[in-house]
Design a binder for this molecule. Sequence first.
Ligand SMILES: O=C(O)[C@@H](CO)OP(=O)(O)O
Length: 246
Amino acid sequence: MTYTLVLLRHGESEWNAKNLFTGWVDVPLSEKGTEEAKRGGALLTEAGVSPDVLHTSLLRRAITTANLALDAADLHWIPVKRSWRLNERHYGDLQGKDKKQVRDQYGEEQFMLWRRSYDVPPPEIELGSEYSQDADPRYAGEPIPRSEALKQVLDRALPYWESEIVPDLKAGRTVLVAAHGNSLRALVKHLDGVDDETIAGLNIPTGIPLVYELDEETLKPTNPGGTYLDPEAAKDAIAAVANQGK
Ligand SMILES: O=C(O)[C@@H](CO)OP(=O)(O)O
């Protein structure tokens, strides 16, 4: 027997469209992102994948995407759990900055280290600055970061995976996780056992459900890498994410 896990990156956000580093800044979906989210729900229905429970971050682009997708799939009523531990990677002082400008200013190598290396975090954000979340009530009392590399994202997402998502899977529920490019990269790294170098080249497209079947004993994928419900669209969209900032 296998357990079914569906990973869904939010649809395109307004800042994805503008090529800005976003991180924990709570921006809405673009019109295109709204359509992607609805289509994500239609893809679930077409594939006969029916989530029993939803886990999301605390950011509206993931929350709205899940709501739209589940509404399209007639599953708007399923139970929901939310946690900052599924938030996008905190992009530190890069939050709000233009990706191309950062690349031009610091060079391709530094840009890619900050953007995709496993353990080099961007510079820390200044507390109280425009795109800092230190005074945001949704994070009150939580050990929130001032910048994160993928490693720190994995460190804070794993406890949530173990304590909240795994029990749902083990209860036989089909689990939908609606989250972000980098928080999902962290989960994929864990599930597929991707090494620290290879993960730098792995990108997740917006709005296309990625379905994993997990072995009930080991919780390792019986379909390594998962299965995108629209593999052709995923291929193009993955290339577009990889090329951002160019
Ligand atoms: O800006 C961000 O928060 C992320 C996801 O949109 O960007 P990147 O793909 O560059 O890590």
